[in-house]
Design a protein around this ligand. Structure first.
Ligand SMILES: Cc1cc2nc3c(=O)[nH]c(=O)nc-3n(C[C@H](O)[C@H](O)[C@H](O)COP(=O)(O)OP(=O)(O)OC[C@H]3O[C@@H](n4cnc5c(N)ncnc54)[C@H](O)[C@@H]3O)c2cc1C
Ligand SMILES: *[C@@H]1O[C@H](CO)[C@@H](O)[C@H](O)[C@H]1NC(C)=O
Length: 186
């Protein structure tokens, strides 16, 4: 075989290799929005790790000022816990990676923006030690019960029995849930 034929075959092969390499390179970076979210999803699947897609936004300083009025603080707390526990109770039992990310971000921002600044600061330390569990409805509900109990303990309130958490925030929404799914699959 003529040496020039072998060389041109080699050149062609090298060119092809470079093309593939460039394609792979751009495939990763070119669709930067998708690339980023799939990367953070991969990290999210590995629970417990925190703050990849988030950066400082999710875990920065508590934003609201101190809430001095004890009556307002207690009212706010009851309403806030109700929203949180009900959110967990209605979270999917089998969430998608994106839904897990939504809940994780929500809990962190709920803390950061909580209107009682000193409460938010304390709760930030709880989250740092016990990051939100977002793998399933039951994991999230149990986690919510546990962190509420940590706050209860600090405020010298009675502990809640977390085995009852499934019943406590079953708002009787079971039927709604089914109807909604039939009406508007989303
Ligand atoms: C994130 C966060 C941080 C807070 N930090 C502070 C703070 O630093 N200082 C402060 O003074 N107040 C704080 N609060 C408010 C405080 O937790 C109470 O909400 C408030 O004192 C009113 O208490 P409560 O006795 O009415 O019952 P809450 O603690 O508000 O609970 C409401 C109801 O939820 C049920 N419940 C109780 N424990 C659990 C549990 N573990 N799981 C599920 N359900 C339960 C019970 O039925 C209870 O009556 C915080 C609230 C939130 C949401
Ligand atoms: C404290 O908060 C309660 C409930 O929001 C409100 O009714 C009350 O007027 C407040 N007290 C003061 C001193 O602002």
């Amino acid at each position: 075989m003529a040496p020039s034929a072998a060389r041109s075959r080699f050149v062609l092969l090298a060119l092809f290799g470079m093309l593939v390499f460039t394609f792979l390179l751009f495939g990763g970076h070119g669709s930067s929005a998708d690339g980023l979210s799939s990367r953070s999803q991969a990290v999210l699947n590995n629970e417990g790790s925190s703050g990849v897609s988030s950066g400082a936004v999710l875990t920065g300083h508590a934003i609201a000022p101190k809430l001095g009025n004890a009556t307002a603080k207690a009212e706010l707390g009851r309403a806030a816990w109700k929203v949180l526990h009900t959110t967990f109770a209605r979270f999917p039992e089998k969430p998608t990676p994106e839904e897990k990310e939504a809940l994780r971000s929500y809990v962190h921002l709920f803390q950061r923006l909580y209107p009682c600044g000193e409460c938010a600061e304390h709760f930030g330390k709880v989250l740092a030690k016990y990051p939100p569990q977002v793998s399933s409805r039951s994991a999230a509900a149990m986690w919510g019960c546990m962190v509420h109990n940590i706050v209860n303990k600090r405020l010298q309130k009675p502990q809640f029995n977390c085995e009852d958490i499934g019943d406590a925030y079953d708002c009787g929404c079971g039927d709604d849930d089914k109807k909604e799914k039939d009406a508007a699959p989303a």
